[in-house]
Write a protein of this length. Sequence first.
Length: 247
Amino acid sequence: MTSRALQVLDAFDSTAPRLTLSEIAERSGTPLSTAHRLLGELTAWGALRRRPDGRYEIGRKLWDLGLLAPVQLELRQVATPFLLDVHTATRDTVHLAVREGRSALYVERVSGRESVPVVSQVGSRLPLHATGVGKVLLAAAPDDVVDAVLRAPTRETRHTVVAPARLRRELAEVRRRGYARTAEEMSLGTLSLAVPVRVERPAGPAVVAALGVVVPSHRRDLLRLVPVLEVAARGIGRELSRVHAFH
């Protein structure tokens, strides 16, 4: 029954954070009666929460457990002071993301009243090809991941680059210059800039995350933020390498 329960939980994603009983049963391939019983058990434990309108959403218990995952706990603890430094310097939304499969998983975000509204939240999974942090992570990904993403890139806005040949050129440029930028590819009215976070490993430096900033599309000084991000990314990478040296 554990696999059945996991299938029920797997029915939820960023495009469907709230689901009815019938939707959960359909998306998980679970008989309605079985889904109803599992939902009762998962809700009683705290993995799910039943809303007043009858739909279900992920419960606080799973969120609390998720924060204990190394990618959340260790990376966030190390990186948060650096994200705050970048936000203080720019007043814009600052993101930290890691690659999870074919998506960019946002593990931390710092924003303020002056920051431009963005679609990402901590825990969001957004397309690698349409975001600044995503393009940095995709540029460092294995060839099979790049091929899979470029096989069917989704068009998030009318400005999203979806032509595989152009995306490959962009990724090559990201590797060459050391940063990625996008213009209204994920959200209209925004520009994004991102750089890689590297750690030292026996085989050489490895990209473990991406640090990015999102600004209003009318800003013309975006590239002036590259050194700010690079300093913070080096600091995060240095601290991560130091922490792991003692593990």
